[in-house]
Design a protein around this ligand. Structure first.
Ligand SMILES: Nc1ncnc2c1ncn2[C@@H]1O[C@H](COP(=O)(O)OP(=O)(O)OP(=O)(O)O)[C@@H](O)[C@H]1O
Ligand SMILES: [Mg+2]
Length: 239
């Protein structure tokens, strides 16, 4: 039986940051993300996880290799295909959240729907449902600078999920929260897998291992190990 085509794929990608001291952040890394994958990127701080996600998101072109969305290289996608990917194909949760501070929690979550043409009432209903699911029903009308770090993180997760994307790329989605909220976030991300999508998340938090079917372990920009959570857990040293 042949595997279905990957939703998102990195083929031998590398990224170097020039500077006073040149840093090869990612070297020849490959990944195939398929429907129903929940894959984790783990490894010490500075090992290349965020840099790898930046290339997979299509934000940073790799210096070598290529990234493909459903088998088409990003560089060859037409403008309307790229727009569709940005709107509903792939949601990205940034390590720094990227919320708009002057908008309320609900407005931040409604925004990607409104940009995509969803009416105000429906956008509000869907945004509210995700925020309630993430235990923020009592903070809908707070502006995001009035929220704690962990609350902002959950708003960012709701904003990524509200468009019902095929793929979510999440950079440290449970860095700021306690274990109860980590579970809330992980089970919300799991919804994407249930709908035959895929999740790729960078994390230092071993709680995520329970949800994952595969782990890529980064060290010094290289994928040092890859396998099931059990296989890779044995190699996880203190970060
Ligand atoms: N904007 C940048 N300019 C120059 N060098 C950078 C930049 N961003 C990252 N680097 C370098 O690339 C390497 C990989 O960084 P990256 O942010 O990808 O690591 P990470 O695994 O996500 O770390 P963390 O767990 O701390 O988030 C780092 O060692 C860093 O020195
Ligand atoms: Mg990072």
């Amino acid at each position: 039986m042949t595997d279905p085509a990957p939703l998102l794929q990195a083929v031998g990608v590398s990224r170097t940051y020039p500077g006073t001291v040149e840093v090869v952040a990612v070297r020849h890394a490959s990944l195939e993300l398929r429907a129903r994958d929940f894959t984790l990127l783990m490894g010490p701080s500075g090992s290349g996880k965020t840099s790898f996600l930046g290339m997979l998101a299509g934000f940073d072109p790799p210096d070598e290799g290529e990234v493909r969305w459903r088998e088409t290289p990003f560089a060859r996608l037409a403008r309307d295909e790229l727009l569709a990917i940005r709107r509903t194909g792939m949601s990205v949760i940034f390590q720094s959240y990227g919320l708009l501070p002057s908008l309320t929690a609900a407005e931040n979550v409604e925004l990607p729907l409104r940009i995509g043409g969803t009416g105000l009432d429906e956008a509000r209903t869907r945004a509210t449902a995700w925020l309630e699911r993430l235990d923020l029903g009592h903070r809908l009308d707070h502006r995001t600078f009035e929220l704690s770090g962990g609350q902002q993180q959950r708003v960012a997760v709701a904003r990524a999920l509200v468009v019902e994307p095929e793929v979510i790329l999440a950079d440290e989605p449970i860095a700021e929260v306690d274990s109860e909220n980590a579970d809330l976030i992980l089970s919300a991300l799991w919804e994407v897998v249930v709908r035959d999508g895929a999740v790729l998340a960078a994390t230092h938090n071993p709680e995520a291992l329970r949800y994952a079917n595969r782990v890529l372990l980064f060290r010094d920009g290289v994928i040092e190990a890859e396998g099931s959570p059990d296989e890779v857990a044995a190699q996880l040293t203190t970060d």
